[in-house]
Design a protein around this ligand. Structure first.
Ligand SMILES: C[S@@+](CC[C@H](N)C(=O)[O-])C[C@H]1O[C@@H](n2cnc3c(N)ncnc32)[C@H](O)[C@@H]1O
Length: 322
């Protein structure tokens, strides 16, 4: 595993501070969800995945063996053997093992994530389980273009967890276009996308009784305090998540419980009682709509699998450029 390479592409400059100041100056206030993920935030996300009510994680995990098996048959029929998997938003790498076991000829794996320490740790664990696999950790913000070294391998993107749902539709199209350029012509993408469903199921998934999602949400403020010298009082903000049916998305907010001011880098931000910081969206797609969006970004859908009760979808996309 090439850790030096991973460290070399770590973003530099104070982009975090710039994004926070810009988001809190805006009306309504917002913060980009990528900043949930330092090593503590990544651990909270793993805890969320262990919650029974957080269906996206275990539903996709249960669907993946069938998906992996069928994709292996397709690739075998096409004589595709020299494969590399490139995972975007890799997290704890709990899902890619299912694909590695199904697609047995994969010898190279590139794992892209913004959460550096967590990524390195997850790659170390994977390395101990798949000795014949060359692992390339890559600390990168996947909303920005990425150039991988030239290769004669067929690259298969993997973007599970409905992470694409955190992007609005324009951002999702841009991500898919960029991913096509990163992976190259003749590439594929296996992508997990959450579906629209009855509101109570969605509500439970983002409002767990143990308060793990609330701690994950507030980790953004903890990071601002620690890394940018902010003075947020955590108890003065409450986790608030709800389904916005008009826009087909879960919205996550941090709501101010009182009138207050917060200082960051010499700048003072006022919060009215009930005013919120919008921290994340999670768009839910009808399969037909996601297929159309992928097409607009240069990807044709070869097959779409639905989990029982249509709880979650996984698509196999083929890049056809634009
Ligand atoms: C919803 S979690 C999904 C994790 C894992 N892929 C799964 O399916 O369980 C999102 C992952 O994407 C990473 N992430 C979020 N925004 C990112 C960005 N802009 N660039 C790179 N990684 C990002 C996070 O660190 C986290 O590991």
């Amino acid at each position: 595993m090439n850790e030096a390479q991973a460290l070399a592409i770590k973003p530099t400059g104070n982009e975090f501070l710039d994004d926070v100041l810009e988001g809190l100056r805006a009306a309504p206030k917002s913060l980009p969800p990528k900043y949930f993920y330092d090593s503590v935030g990544s651990q909270y996300f793993d805890e969320i995945c262990n919650l029974t009510d957080y269906y996206p994680y275990h539903t996709e995990l249960e669907l993946l063996p069938q998906v992996g098996h069928e994709i292996a048959q397709r690739f075998h029929a096409r004589g595709l053997q020299n494969l590399e998997i490139v995972e975007f938003g890799a997290g704890s790498l709990r899902k890619v093992g299912i694909l590695l076991r199904a697609l047995r000829t994969v010898r190279h794996f590139t794992a892209i994530d913004i959460s550096q320490e967590h990524l390195i740790e997850a790659c170390r664990t994977l390395e101990s389980q798949y000795r014949e696999l060359t692992i390339h950790p890559c600390v990168h913000d996947f909303t920005k273009p990425l150039k991988l070294s030239p290769s004669d391998r067929t690259r298969v993107g993997f973007f599970p967890g409905s992470t694409i749902g955190n992007l609005d539709r324009d951002q999702a199209r841009t991500f898919l276009r960029n991913a096509g350029k990163t992976l190259g012509s003749a590439s594929y993408m296996i992508i997990g996308v959450d579906t629209q469903k009855p509101e109570p199921i969605l509500h439970r998934a983002y409002n767990d009784g143990k308060g793990v999602t609330a701690r994950f949400n507030k980790n953004m403020l903890v990071r601002i305090n620690r890394e940018l010298g902010g003075d947020f009082t955590l108890e003065n903000f409450a986790h608030h998540a709800f389904y916005n049916s008009e826009l087909g998305r879960i919205e996550m907010h941090l709501r101010s419980l009182k009138e207050q001011a917060v200082n960051i880098d010499g700048e003072r931000f006022h919060f009215g009682r009930g005013e919120s910081i919008h921290t994340e969206n999670s768009y839910k797609y009808r399969p037909v709509d996601f297929t159309q969006l992928a097409k607009e970004a240069g990807w044709s859908t070869e097959r779409l699998w639905l989990a029982p009760e249509d709880l979650f979808s996984i698509s196999l996309l083929k890049y056809c450029g634009e």
